[in-house]
Design a protein. Structure first.
Length: 372
C-alpha cells in the first residue's frame, strides 16, 4: 500500500460539477472569470445543479422556488434563544441549526431524486435566513422576515441589517457568492460526499460539510484574515508583523492552496472588489495592508493569495461582522455541496479508503492483574 498524506493528488471520484485544470476553474464548463463578470448567484445555482445555464423561464422558476422556501420554522428562533449566545460561534450555531431544520422536514429521510432536489431547494433558501437570524438574536434583536421580492444576495443583506441594501452592495455580495459556490473536491465537499455515500440524508451531508468548512485551514481562514488585518492595524506595521510570523514558521491565513500553484483565479476578482469597496467606505487601509501582505508573502514564500484573503476586506467593507464571514462562505458553498450530494446519490458507491497501519506489531493479550 502507498499512502498520500492528506490524499494529495488522489483522484477519488468523477464529477461533472466543477473542474480545476491548469489553475483554471470552471463550473460545468464555464470559466469562473466569465461567471464572475456576468452571472447572478441564482444562475450559478441552476448551473451547478443542472450543468446548464438556465433559460429566463427556468431561472424565474428557481427563484420562485427559493423565495417560497425562505421562511424558517419558529422552533429555530426559540432554539437560538436557548444557546449560551455570547459564547457560540455562528458556524457552530449554523451547523446545529441545519441539523435542527432537518427535524422539521417531513421528507428528510425520503430518498428519491425529486425529494432530494426539493430538500436542496429548501436548504439553499433557508441557510441565509439561519445565518442572519442568529446574527440578530445574539444581539437581542428580532429576526427580520425575508422579502420574497428580493434575490438571495439582496435578501441576505436585508435580513441582516433590516435596511434595503444599495445596488453596489448587492452586486458585490452576489459576485462573492458566485466566486465561492463550488470548488471540485475541496475538504467540505468531500466530507459531504463521504457522508451521503452511506445513503445518509441531505441534511446530514450538509451538516457534515459545514463542520469541515468551519476549520481555519479551509473556510474558517477568511475570519482569521480579518483578525490578522485588525491586529496589524496600519500599513506601517505590515512588514514587521508578517516577517516575524514567517520567521516563526507560522502560516499566513489566506495564502497557499492544495491545488493551485500559480494562483487562485478568484482572488483577482475579490482584490478588485476590495479596492473599490474600501475606497467607497473611505477605509482604503484594509486594501492597502492586504496588497502589502500579498507582496511580502509572494516574494518570501512564493505563495499567492487564495479566495479567503481579499474576501475578508470585501465583507468588512459591506459592514458584516467578522465571525459571520465563514457562515457566508456556507451560504454560497451549500450550492456546490448540494450539487455534489445529488451527483453522489445518482451514481453511489460507499467511500471507504484504507489506512496504512503504523501501530505496534502482534501483541499477546495479558490479563489485567498481570499487566505492568
Ligand atoms: C477555501 C479554502 O479552503 S482556501 C484555503 C484556506 N486556508 C488558508 O488560507 C490557511 C493557510 N494556508 C494553508 O494552511 C495551506 O496553504 C493549505 C491548508 C491551504 C494547503 O495546505 P497543503 O497543501 O497541505 O500545504 P502545506 O500546509 O503542506 O504547505 C506546504 C509548505 O508551504 C508552507 N505554507 C503553506 N501555506 C502557508 C501559509 N499560508 N503561510 C505560510 N506558509 C505556508 C507550509 O508551511 C509548508 O512549508 P514547509 O514545506 O517548509 O513545511
Ligand atoms: O479547494 C480547496 O481545497 C479549498 C476550497 O474550498 C476553495 O479553494 O474554494
Amino acid at each position: 500500500m502507498t499512502t498520500a498524506r492528506g490524499l494529495e493528488g488522489v483522484v477519488a471520484t468523477t464529477s461533472s460539477v466543477s473542474s480545476i485544470i491548469d489553475d483554471t476553474l470552471t463550473y460545468a464548463g464555464y470559466n469562473i472569470d466569465d461567471l464572475a463578470e456576468n452571472a447572478s448567484f441564482e444562475e450559478v445555482i441552476y448551473l451547478l445543479w443542472h450543468r446548464k445555464l438556465p433559460t429566463q423561464t427556468e431561472l424565474d422558476e428557481l427563484k420562485q422556488q427559493l423565495s417560497d422556501n425562505y421562511d424558517l420554522p419558529q422552533e429555530v428562533f426559540n432554539h437560538f434563544k436557548m444557546y449560551p449566545i455570547d459564547k457560540v460561534h455562528p458556524m457552530a450555531a449554523l451547523r446545529t441549526a441545519v441539523s435542527l431544520i432537518g427535524l422539521y422536514d417531513e421528507e428528510a429521510d425520503v430518498m428519491n431524486e425529486e425529494a432530494n432536489y426539493r430538500k436542496a431547494v429548501r436548504l439553499q433558501a433557508k441557510i441565509p435566513a439561519l445565518v442572519t437570524a442568529f446574527a440578530r438574536i445574539r444581539k437581542g434583536q428580532e429576526p427580520i422576515a425575508p422579502r420574497k421580492d428580493l434575490g438571495l444576495a439582496a435578501n441576505f443583506l436585508y435580513m441582516l441589517s433590516g435596511k434595503e441594501p444599495e445596488a453596489v452592495e448587492v452586486e458585490a455580495f452576489d459576485k462573492a457568492l458566485v466566486l465561492h459556490a463550488d470548488h471540485e473536491l475541496n475538504a467540505s465537499t468531500f466530507t459531504a460526499r463521504v457522508c451521503v455515500a452511506t445513503l445518509s440524508d441531505v441534511y446530514s451531508g450538509v451538516t457534515a460539510a459545514i463542520s469541515a468548512l468551519k476549520g481555519p485551514l479551509h473556510g474558517g481562514a477568511n475570519e482569521q484574515v480579518m483578525k490578522m488585518l485588525s491586529e496589524i492595524g496600519s500599513v506601517d506595521n505590515v512588514e514587521p508583523y508578517i516577517l516575524s510570523k514567517l520567521n516563526n514558521k507560522e502560516k499566513i491565513m489566506g495564502f497557499g492552496h492544495r491545488v493551485y500553484r500559480q494562483g487562485d483565479p478568484r482572488a483577482k476578482h475579490l482584490k478588485e472588489m476590495s479596492r473599490r469597496l474600501t475606497e467607497l467606505t473611505g477605509e482604503p487601509q484594509w486594501y492597502d495592508m492586504s496588497t502589502q501582505i500579498e507582496e511580502i508573502v509572494t516574494s518570501q514564500k512564493k505563495l499567492p493569495p487564495n479566495v479567503d484573503f481579499y474576501s475578508a476586506s470585501v465583507y468588512h467593507s459591506l459592514g458584516i461582522e467578522h465571525d459571520l464571514f465563514t457562515p457566508i462562505f456556507a451560504v454560497s458553498r451549500v450550492s456546490g455541496w448540494l450539487a455534489h450530494i445529488l451527483e453522489q446519490y445518482s451514481n453511489n458507491r460507499l467511500i471507504r479508503p484504507r489506512a496504512e497501519y503504523t501501530g505496534p506489531g502482534m501483541q499477546e493479550y495479558v490479563p489485567i492483574g498481570e499487566r505492568k
